[in-house]
Design a binder for this molecule. Structure first.
Ligand code: MG
Length: 368
């Protein structure tokens, strides 16, 4: 079986509401997503999606993703998509770095492999059943009262795990947010305070040692070195996200005691193949993980949720569904959706999500 064509669609995905991260220094109103279909000479097609969270969240952006696929396309044509490890190695040789451009290619190859094998991705990735995965809300930065109101609105949709986005230059504001949210949390609910790298190490140590909260704290500072410094001086369990890209980063974080868990995101790591390697490493060292994608429609969410559902529950914290923030839905009725705070991956062979091409508009590029 050979890859015979790659087709790209660009989707403009407006958010239902403006979204602030990192203490309000980053604002997002819409996402630039790319949907990829890989066709084969055997008549089987696979789908993938890559959707950076705007251009300011990670070193990734929509036009860069599409330029990456344009660069990779000549080498991908003629390759067997049923060998994702081979495809990943080939892409790394052709274009070092740029993991976000490789993720939709890798996901589409897994979709094809699953369809040919007659197995859903959750099973190919190591799962034994289509387990419902607990999903978490994502609470945009605001005043303590605004954030508590958003948590209550999410709770009404079934969410019992919340990721509250904090982080600013004023330690008192963050201390107030943490204490108010921790105190307001309903019985049985959990929260992670996601700083999105906004703190200097000094602010992180000051804030976290000034509250009684022992909730998880995510990506307190910009770099792994800074997060290692903080982890040694606070009592909260630490989750790392944006500063983790390669397997070497994860080995380094483990050796240095930087965290008790990580976010495992195909779009940041380079696809399901790389994310599965990181997930397996995390299981082996006892980490707890959020397995989810960087952003996108229910297509991207579902690919990540297959990996989440195949991860032992003791190593899972929760998974986030980016599509829950969108004003539009390019794959209505398909894929993993929030049902009372849990989402279940499809059990059809492969990814189990296939957009209707006629609903995507004209492709932006075709390589064959
Ligand atoms: Mg995060």
């Amino acid at each position: 079986m050979k890859i015979s064509r790659l087709t790209l669609w660009r989707l403009d995905l407006p958010l239902a509401q403006p979204y602030w991260l990192s203490g309000g220094r980053l604002r997002f109103d819409r996402l630039d997503s790319t949907i990829l279909r890989i066709d084969t000479d055997a008549g089987v097609s696979g789908w993938g999606e890559g959707c950076p969270w705007g251009a300011s969240y990670l070193p990734a952006h929509g036009p860069g993703l599409r330029a990456g696929i344009e660069t990779l396309a000549p080498a991908l044509l003629g390759q067997d998509p049923r060998s994702p490890d081979h495809i990943c190695a080939l892409m790394d040789r052709q274009l070092p770095g740029h993991p976000y451009a490789k993720s939709p290619v890798d996901i589409a190859c897994w979709d094809i492999l699953g369809q040919v094998a007659g197995l859903p991705l959750w099973q190919l990735l190591g799962g034994t059943a289509p387990e419902p995965v607990q999903v978490n809300s994502s609470i945009s930065t605001g005043t303590p009262d605004e954030m508590i109101a958003r948590i209550e609105a999410s709770a009404a949709k079934g969410y019992r795990v919340h990721s509250a986005k904090i982080g600013g230059s004023d330690p008192a504001t963050d201390i107030a947010r943490i204490e108010a949210i921790s105190a307001a949390l309903a019985h049985g609910h959990r929260v992670t305070f996601d700083v999105n790298r906004a703190w200097t190490p000094g602010v992180a140590v000051e804030v976290l040692n000034s509250t009684a909260s022992r909730d998880w704290v995510e990506q307190p500072c910009e770099t792994l070195d800074q997060c290692v410094h903080v982890a040694a001086r606070v009592a909260n369990p630490i989750l790392l996200d944006e500063c983790m890209t390669t397997m070497a980063d994860h080995l380094d974080a483990w050796r240095r005691g930087a965290c008790e868990g990580v976010k495992v995101k195909p779009g940041r790591l380079g696809g399901l193949t790389r994310a599965r390697q990181i997930r397996d490493f995390g299981v082996s060292v006892g980490w707890q993980m959020h397995v989810e994608d960087v952003g996108g429609s229910a297509l991207a969410d579902t690919a990540a949720l297959h990996l989440a559902a195949s991860t032992p529950e003791v190593h899972r914290l929760a998974s986030w569904l980016g599509h829950d923030h969108l004003a539009t839905d390019p794959v209505p009725g398909q894929g993993a959706r929030n049902e009372g705070g849990f989402a279940t991956p499809p059990s059809a062979p492969g990814l189990g999500v296939a957009p209707d091409p006629s609903s995507l508009g004209d492709p932006i590029a075709v390589y064959e």
